[in-house]
Each structure stands twice: as C-alpha cells, then as structure tokens.
Design a binder for this molecule. Structure first.
Ligand SMILES: [Zn+2]
Length: 492
C-alpha cells in the first residue's frame, strides 16, 4: 500500500517498493514525477532540500528532512548546508548599491577584487580555470538566485527569442523551459532589455519582465521544466521597466500612438499613467535611476521621471548627439550626471537631467560608465573630462572597454572588469561594431591589475556578459563555445 509523507513544503508518496514520488510542492503547480524530474533527481533534491541515498540504493530520492533510509537504516546524503551564494541579476541590476550612485548601470557591490587581486599581477597572463556550456540561445541575460528554492540556480533568458533556459548544475546541462500556456510569450525587442528581480520571491518567482504583450510577472517550475506569467500591465511596451524606491515605471504606446509612462507601487496598487509628448515609441536604453529620478536615454533625447510627478521628455540640443554605444552616464565630482556624445566638431560630455545642460569638450572618445572611464588604454580619474592618466605610454596602442565596475568604498579610484583590445589605433566606434580584434585580454583593474585571460579574434566585444554564479566570475560571449570562469573566494 502506498504511504503519504507531508513535509513543510512538499507532499510525497511512498510506493510498495519503497520509492518516493513527489506529488506536490509549494508554488509548483502540477508535477509529473515520471517526466523530466526523475532524470534530474540530484538537481531536484538540491532544489527542494530533499535527501539522496548515501550508502544504500533502496530509493533514488527521499523527502526533505530524512536522515536515515527507512528501509535499511543507512544514513542519507542531506543537502549541502554551505553558506548561500550572493544573487546575481545581471551587471546592471544590483539592488543593494548605495544611494549616491546611479542604479541600473553595470556596477556591483560584490567584493570581486578582494579575491581576484590575489592572483599574479600583470604582466603575468592568467587563464580561466573553469568552463561551462553556454545556453543554446546565447544572446541572453542571466540571473543566479534561489528563486525561493533551497539552493541557488542559474537562469538565462533570451529576450529576442523569448526563451527561458535553466542550468542543471548536477548534470552541467541547459534545459529550455516550456510555456505552460502556449499563447504566452517572453519576447521583447522594442528597446534595451532589463527585468526587475523579485527580491523576496515566492517559490519559482523570477522577475517582472517586459514582453511584446505587456509587463508580466515571470514564474518557473524547474521540476516540470516549465514557465508561466501573470499579467501586470497589458499594453505595447516602448521600454524596459525601471524601479525607484517603491515605484515601478515603464514606457508604453497608448491607443492614440502617443508614448506614455505607466507607473505602479511595488505592491501593484495605485496604477497611473502620464503622456510623454514627443517621446519615441522604441529604441530606449534600459533605465537607470539617480537622485530620486528614473532616466531612459534615446538617440533623440532623454526621458526623466520623478515618481508622483509628470515625466519630462527632453530632446538633445542640436547638433549634439549621444554616443550611447560607447558608454553609459558617468558622474562628475559635484555629483552631476553626464553622457558622452558628439556635437559635430568634437566629443563632449553633456549634463543629464536639466533643460539647460552644460557641455564639457574632450580631446577624444572615452569608453565606460559610472566613473570607470578610459581614454584609449589609459584610465580617466578625477573628472570625466580630465586628461587620462598615462602610466604606460605603450597603452596608447590599446583600447580599454569597461564591462563591470566593482564598488569599493576604500579605494580612491574605480576598479572593475575590462577588456583591453591590443594593437588597435582606429576609432572606438569601429572596434565595437565591425572589427575582429586579433588579441584581447580580460583584465581586472584594481589595487593590482590582473590579466585573467587572453582571447584571440574577438568581434563585438560589447556582447561579452559578466556574471557571478556558484562562487565564480564568468564571462560569456555569444560566439564562444564555452563560458569562461574564475573561482572567487570570500565573494559571497
Ligand atoms: Zn536503504
């Protein structure tokens, strides 16, 4: 006779042969235990916090909390009680940055430097010591979190194809998750992509995601390998959503074709919308927030919104045009924000967030964001328009592209992860767009500079995506057949 076991979160059925089948678990909906879950029993046990056989082979899995095999009395393997890993929501989605920094740019508070700087310093050239298969849909954003489960897992969402992918760490394999309702979609390509992480997730809750058919809450079921969404705002979205304190805002196209801003409180009450006269209906960067305002940038102008008030769309002052592909906004010492662009004669920084912006002229393009700036191979410290600090004149022949800034309160100059494109003296725009760079090094810039790896023939370097997962820093590029990884210690 079958026997039922109920744990805090799950229901199990023990059959006559002493095998346990999961029949239900909080937040997971329908469970087909004969399906994919049985093939991934080690992964499933980790997710649920269930026990695995130790010395015996009486059953393939045991309910949560079982310490001994009920059939033979041998001890079981219980889930790893190691310290949890820090969450990762993409380079631009660290929700725990201090207020004086812009949020929404690739800046992390994880102490990556403390670990990476223990490696041999430049000019010693290191190598990635870890490797992971890339997801089958390789143009994607990553999130590593527990999503309400017992252990951290890695998800990769490919927005242009609307595909959600799940990494099974026990088998080192990606699985493409299937929509529970075939009609729903996750694709979004109107503007730059960003999602809003669920910071206190119910089981399987991922994020608020923009889609071609509105703003949705995304949930997944890693046991059944499925996903589902709940509609939050049904509209044609013009941008990715942004969050500021307890407010969420997103641009959409109204029935009259006019771009509008929709806002809601974090508990999904008090929805409002405002017209944004003159604002484009697509092509926005992912938003960032700073000093009580949310910003979306566009080739044609900036949209600024202070929650509770009407948004403001400001076209750029002609003939100035932004160079959004070269970098995001950066701060000056007095705390104002600036965007790199070109006024037809020269590169300049334009002040953001004001109807009467100042401009500062430059001697050439700068790459970077959030005060992690480089003029060719040299760091720019002090003001964004200050002369570059030339430590080594040979670096005139290289171009440094910042990928991720690491926040460190104890250092006077920004540190972070960069790519150094060697022997390149052409325009920065060309290096990022069309060129194949013969030699690129992955470098950590900090108290000590560390060369983490050496890459031959790199194209479209901005498609490199950094992620922190399972106690390691990883670097992914859609062209590579492996994701490269560097082990971190004390980086939780
Ligand atoms: Zn046993």
């Amino acid at each position: 006779m079958a026997y039922k076991w109920d744990t805090a979160a799950s229901n199990w059925l023990e059959d006559n042969n002493g095998q346990f089948a999961l029949t239900g678990s909080d937040g997971l909906g329908r469970i087909d235990w004969q399906g994919p879950a049985l093939a991934r029993v080690r992964d499933v046990a980790g997710l649920l916090g269930a026990s695995l056989p130790g010395a015996c082979h009486c059953a393939s899995i045991y309910p949560e909390g079982f310490a001994y095999c009920p059939a033979c009395g041998n001890p079981l393997q219980q889930p790893d009680a190691a310290a949890p890993h820090a969450d990762w929501w993409g380079a631009a989605a660290d929700p725990f940055l201090p207020r004086q920094l812009p949020h929404g740019l690739p800046v992390t508070r994880l102490p990556l430097g403390d670990s990476l700087e223990r490696r041999p310093a430049a000019p010693s050239v290191g190598r990635a010591e870890l490797s992971m298969a890339p997801p089958p849909n390789a143009h994607c954003v990553f999130a590593a979190a527990t999503f309400g489960f017992a252990q951290q897992r890695l998800l990769a969402l490919a927005p242009k194809r609307g595909v959600l992918q799940y990494f099974d760490p026990a088998a080192q394999q990606w699985h493409v998750l299937v929509a529970e309702e075939p009609a729903s979609g996750l694709d979004f390509s109107a503007s730059g992509y960003a999602w809003l992480p669920a910071l206190h997730p119910s089981r399987g809750e991922v994020a608020i995601v923009p889609t071609a058919h509105g703003l949705r809450r995304l949930f997944f079921n890693p046991i059944a390998e499925t996903w589902r969404t709940e509609m939050l705002f049904d509209a044609t979205l013009a941008s990715a959503p942004g969050a500021l304190r307890r407010h969420i805002g997103v641009l959409f196209v109204g029935r009259d074709g006019v771009t509008r801003l929709w806002s809601v409180e974090a508990d999904f009450t008090q929805a409002r919308d405002y017209p944004c006269a003159g604002a484009p209906a697509s092509g926005w960067t992912a938003p960032f927030s700073y000093d009580g305002h949310l910003y979306w940038l566009h080739r044609d102008g900036q949209l600024i919104w202070q929650p509770g008030q009407a948004p403001q769309y400001l076209p750029w002052p002609a003939p100035w045009q932004p160079r959004l592909e070269l970098g995001g906004p950066t701060q000056s010492r007095d705390g104002r924000l600036w965007q790199l662009g070109h006024d037809g004669q020269a590169y300049t920084f334009l002040e953001l967030g004001t109807v009467t912006p100042e401009q500062e002229a430059l001697d050439g393009a700068r790459l970077g964001f959030a005060s992690l700036l480089f003029r060719r191979g040299h760091a720019v410290v002090d003001e964004p328009w200050s002369d570059a600090r030339v430590d080594d004149p040979h670096e005139d022949d290289s171009l440094v592209l910042p990928l991720l800034r690491a926040l460190n309160d104890h250092r006077s100059q920004p540190s972070g992860l960069v790519l150094r494109l060697h022997q390149y003296t052409g325009r920065a725009e060309d290096a990022l767009a069309t060129r194949v760079i013969a030699r690129t090094t992955v470098e950590w810039i900090g108290r000590r500079n560390v060369i983490l790896d050496d890459i031959a023939r790199l194209a479209r370097p901005q498609e490199c995506t950094a992620l922190v997962y399972d106690g390691a820093l990883w670097l992914h590029h859609p062209d590579w057949n492996r994701i490269r990884g560097w082990r971190l210690e004390d980086a939780s």
